[in-house]
Design a protein around this ligand. Structure first.
Ligand SMILES: CC(C)(COP(=O)(O)OP(=O)(O)OC[C@H]1O[C@@H](n2cnc3c(N)ncnc32)[C@H](O)[C@@H]1OP(=O)(O)O)[C@@H](O)C(=O)NCCC(=O)NCCS
Length: 161
């Protein structure tokens, strides 16, 4: 575990965090959610913030209802990326839904190589594709649908060679 990861805490997000979540979203997303969408999401989904030395530098939003789990949004502020924090949030998400669903699904832009790589590292595989699913500045972009078998993930480890 890196020094950056050691000082990290993950806590439930509240409406008091919406401005921080929105500020991160504006920095990382080609079609960012509005603050109102975060407010709405907090009412209906499980949401967490990742803090480093008390500062919010990442977030995670997922749902797990009636055995159906979906990763809805995950992000790390650009200044904090590449330090293992995204993997930490994703691992936390998998721990939360383990035992409550057989698998967890997500959509990701086909061009989003860092995220696709992070998901693959944690055991996600592509199970589908959605044509023109995302908006981008000039047109539309396809989504990959990825899924992680949660039982299989029980045997995955960050320490594997
Ligand atoms: C995807 C994201 C959350 C990763 O966060 P992070 O803290 O940088 O990720 P980590 O440092 O934990 O790295 C985890 C893995 O992601 C991949 N990754 C991260 N940055 C990468 C980059 N620039 N290029 C390629 N792969 C990258 C690698 O597989 C990495 O594993 P490795 O270090 O063993 O090679 C972050 O890039 C982000 O917030 N992106 C914008 C929001 C977003 O795209 N969310 C996903 C929506 S579906």
């Amino acid at each position: 575990m890196s020094k950056a990861e050691q000082s990290v805490t993950i806590i439930s997000a509240t409406s008091a965090h919406v401005a921080d979540l929105h500020a991160i979203e504006l920095q990382v997303s080609p079609s960012p959610w509005t603050a109102g969408q975060f407010e709405e999401s907090l009412r209906h989904h499980s949401a967490y913030v990742l803090q480093q030395s008390g500062n919010v530098c990442g977030f995670l939003i997922f749902s797990c209802i009636a055995g159906a789990a979906e990763l809805i949004n995950i992000a790390v502020a650009p200044a904090h990326q590449g330090q293992g924090l995204g993997s930490r949030l994703l691992g936390f998400c998998l721990e939360c839904v383990e035992g409550k669903a057989d698998s967890i699904f997500l959509d990701v832009r086909v061009s989003n190589f860092p995220a696709i790589s992070m998901y693959a590292n944690k055991g996600f595989v592509q199970v589908g594709e959605r044509r023109d699913y995302y908006r981008k500045p000039h047109g539309r972009e396809d989504a990959l649908v990825m899924a992680c078998e949660l039982n299989a993930n029980l045997f995955a480890s960050d320490d594997q060679d």
